[in-house]
Design a protein around this ligand. Structure first.
Ligand code: AMP
Length: 213
């Protein structure tokens, strides 16, 4: 099964993508995680992407499209995948459709997680993430048992540099301008389902799993 998770930054795409990937046994492909991996490895792509990411801007389409097409071509993606953070522009969506259609494939479901802007700002500016397993925490709503350490793997918790208030506002604006048109695009294809992302993580997961089961 091939799934696209749509939704603004802070909607919980990463958390829910992991649950879907575990349930369906398909690989979770996060464009943001791939870019951060490039940065950690000091690649040219990582260095270039950082300039955009720090400011809350989108990395150029051709770079992202090449990176994702390469990733979905790996053997572990043969049985399907959950795409988290890609596509984010109409050009990216078109390129994905063209690549899939060329192989007689298609996206089975597009799941759009909706969350209010106020809630997004609160979630992102209080977010801490485990460096090792990527589990997210929140400084008020979801604190780790031990300050600064992940409950699951004891990894170090850190704040993403684009979760600072200036970049958060920019990312939400960029989402509204460049990514939200994808909702109409996928509605037109007839495979978009909307989910109330303002609910608890468990409730959102239940809704999502019901839709894909
Ligand atoms: P995320 O981890 O999905 O919130 O992505 C973090 C940042 O990576 C975004 O704010 C963008 O700068 C960049 N990024 C991730 N995915 C894409 C994409 N599909 N297109 C362009 N830029 C992206």
């Amino acid at each position: 099964m091939r799934i696209v998770l749509l939704g603004p930054p802070g909607a919980g795409k990463g958390t829910q993508a992991k649950a879907i990937s575990d349930t369906l046994s398909v690989v979770h492909i996060s464009s943001g995680d791939l870019l951060r991996e490039h940065q950690n490895n000091g690649t040219d792509l990582g260095k270039m992407a950082r300039e955009y990411m720090q400011k809350g801007l989108l990395v150029p389409d051709d770079v992202i499209i090449g990176m994702i097409q390469d990733r979905i071509g790996h053997s572990d993606a043969e049985n399907g995948y959950v795409l988290d953070g890609f596509p984010r522009t109409l050009e990216q969506a078109h390129s994905l459709d063209t690549a899939l259609n060329g192989q007689g494939q298609y996206i089975d479901k597009v799941l759009n997680i909706k969350v209010s802007e106020e809630e997004l700002i609160d979630r992102l500016s209080g977010r801490w993430i485990c460096r090792d397993c990527q589990k997210p925490y929140h400084s008020v709503n979801s604190r780790p048992q031990k300050e600064g350490a992940c409950d699951e793997c004891n990894g170090e918790l850190y704040q993403r540099e684009d979760d600072t208030s200036g970049a958060v506002v920019k990312r939400i604006q960029v989402y509204a301008e460049q990514t939200s048109p994808l909702i109409e695009y996928y509605k037109g294809n007839g495979n978009l389902v909307e989910i109330d992302g303002g609910q608890s993580i468990a409730e959102v997961r239940k809704d999502l799993l019901e839709i894909i089961s």
